[in-house]
Unconditional design. Structure first.
Length: 159
């Protein structure tokens, strides 16, 4: 006598409709998040246009106050977090498997490392691919005294 194979119950986060799209979105999460994001974008645009230089000086002074006041705390917090992550990696807490019982990981440790490395490289390339040319456009590098002769246009001998 064999019992019929039962499929595992669907996760509540998985979409239940076959079409996907708007019906697959969790509306209680998506709508408030969208309202907050667009509200912050609109507020930033409005206040940046109306306040102008006053907003820039206020944010600069706030940034200076934060870095001078709690910069040491940031360094300590990062070191504590790094220590916690190393502890989790080498202790038995790091052996806890995420997922269902008796389920093997989809990717190995080397694959995870390579995916994280690739993501970090991709983020760096995407960011600096735009940021560096803009940085050089806003503040072009000055030629040094030894290289200045190469920057000076030379006359042609033909004319």
């Amino acid at each position: 006598m064999s019992s019929p194979t039962q499929s595992p119950p669907e996760s509540p986060a998985e979409p239940t409709s076959p079409g996907g799209g708007w019906s697959a979105i969790l509306k209680p999460v998506f709508i408030p998040a969208s309202v907050v994001i667009f509200g912050l974008i609109i507020a930033t645009i409005v206040f940046a246009r109306s306040a102008g230089d006053a907003l820039e000086s206020a944010t600069t002074s706030l940034n200076t106050a934060i870095t001078d006041g709690v910069g040491w705390w940031y360094v300590i917090a990062v070191n504590l977090f790094l220590g916690f992550v190393i502890y989790c990696a080498v202790s038995r807490v790091g052996r806890i498997r995420l997922g269902r019982d008796h389920e093997r990981p989809e990717f190995g440790v080397v694959s995870w490392f390579l995916m994280l490395f690739s993501a970090g490289m991709g983020i760096g390339l995407v960011f600096f691919g735009v940021a560096e040319p803009l940085w050089h456009y806003i503040a072009p590098p000055e030629p040094s005294a030894t290289r200045r002769s190469r920057w000076v246009p030379r006359r042609s001998r033909s004319g």
